[in-house]
Design a protein around this ligand. Structure first.
Ligand code: ZN
Length: 291
């Protein structure tokens, strides 16, 4: 983990979390419903990896994990949420029972647990006499019923998840993943022409999650609020972007080089003006680099 903390960017880390770490989770998570303690541990490892460890403890973080687990269009990083992903994967066993009746597991369940044709997976209830595993499958059946509203609708949902006789877990995950409102600035901040690190910091700034001095004081990490740039006024996100005379000057110079009209020194107003003017990648990159 140490080498990756030093060499990978904030854009590369979420990808590695989604592919490598979740690859491991996918292997186990597709077979068992992970106990909450394990999911929590995996989430902690992901957080430590993304934010980095300093002197044995995680760096100060002001953004909640759930928000990072939303798609970019909702202002997140598209990281897969462990519990939701695991649950989505586990619904495959209900699908398998209904769509692969010939496989050995389905035949065994139908014969010995659902008692032949008399049993119905949608009616099955959990019980202490059942195995832990089968009770988990029933939990997932209940989840599908809750998501869709009834057995017929749940079946229709599973049909939609079937692609070339395979189960597509992404549709179920889409229904249960963490959600947030769509943000208007996603196309600008995640513009392909922007540096990934700038996009990440821009995203934090727009959520007001940068560790500015006012936030560090509220957590008791710092005592005196003095802007790091002008050394005069109190530092907070409004001051930094761009009420501070230093940062306003920097943005003024960058805006002039990019032939952008100056005069807007508020972060959200500037974003809005850039979006309205349909500026190109160079403008977006220049603005994010300034942040
Ligand atoms: Zn200042």
């Amino acid at each position: 983990m140490h080498w990756a903390n030093k060499t990978l960017s904030y854009a590369g880390k979420p990808q590695l979390i989604n592919s490598a770490i979740f690859g491991l989770n996918n292997f186990w998570g597709a077979s068992v419903l992970l106990p909450k303690g394990i999911s929590k541990k995996i989430r902690k490892l992901c957080k430590d990896f993304l934010w980095g460890i300093e002197d044995g403890s995680r760096r100060h973080v002001f953004m909640c994990w759930q928000l990072l687990c939303t798609p970019k269009v909702e202002g997140g990083m598209g990281i897969k949420e462990v519990l939701s992903w695991n649950s989505a994967q586990m619904t495959k066993w209900v699908w398998k029972l209904l769509f692969k009746p010939g496989c050995l597991w389905s035949r065994w369940v139908t014969q010995y647990i659902l008692k032949g044709g008399g049993g119905d997976i949608w009616e099955a209830q959990s019980s202490i006499s059942h195995s832990w595993y089968w009770n988990n499958v029933i939990k997932m059946k209940d989840l599908l019923l809750e998501l869709s509203g009834g057995p017929e609708q749940a079946l229709a949902l599973l049909v939609r998840c079937t692609s070339r006789l395979r189960f597509d877990v992404s549709l179920i995950y889409e229904l249960i993943r963490p959600r947030s409102s769509v943000v208007p600035w996603a196309s600008l901040v995640y513009d392909k022409g922007c540096h990934p690190k700038h996009s990440f910091i821009g995203m934090l700034a727009l959520h007001d999650k940068l560790p500015s001095i006012d936030k560090l004081i509220s957590r008791g990490i710092m005592l005196v609020n003095r802007c790091s740039l002008c050394l005069r006024q109190c530092e907070n996100i409004t001051h930094l972007f761009f009420n501070c005379e230093f940062s306003a000057q920097v943005w003024g110079i960058v805006a002039a080089r990019l032939h952008l009209q100056g005069g807007t020194f508020d972060l959200h107003d500037t974003i809005y003006a850039l979006l309205m003017a349909r500026r190109n990648s160079l403008h977006n990159a220049g603005f994010l680099a300034t942040i």
